[in-house]
Design a protein around this ligand. Sequence first.
Ligand code: ZN
Length: 78
Amino acid sequence: MTIHSNLNIQYTEDTHECDSCGISYATGVTVTDGYGNSILVLTPVARCWNSESWTEEEIMMKLLTALGYNANIKQVWE
Ligand SMILES: [Zn+2]
């Protein structure tokens, strides 16, 4: 297995404060390679509802797709 480059994975977050709903959080990610090329950018936007946010698993899947893999995850639990 050859190492091609660094991969810099920076989680990002956004918060939104509302008098009615309280604080909402959103998580995204910015991934660049060692040459500064953008691999994946998911920009988090926190809102009262319909926040644009991704779980770590969603981010992993999108990252694998961005890297050119068609990933199949088999769960060991039902
Ligand atoms: Zn609200």
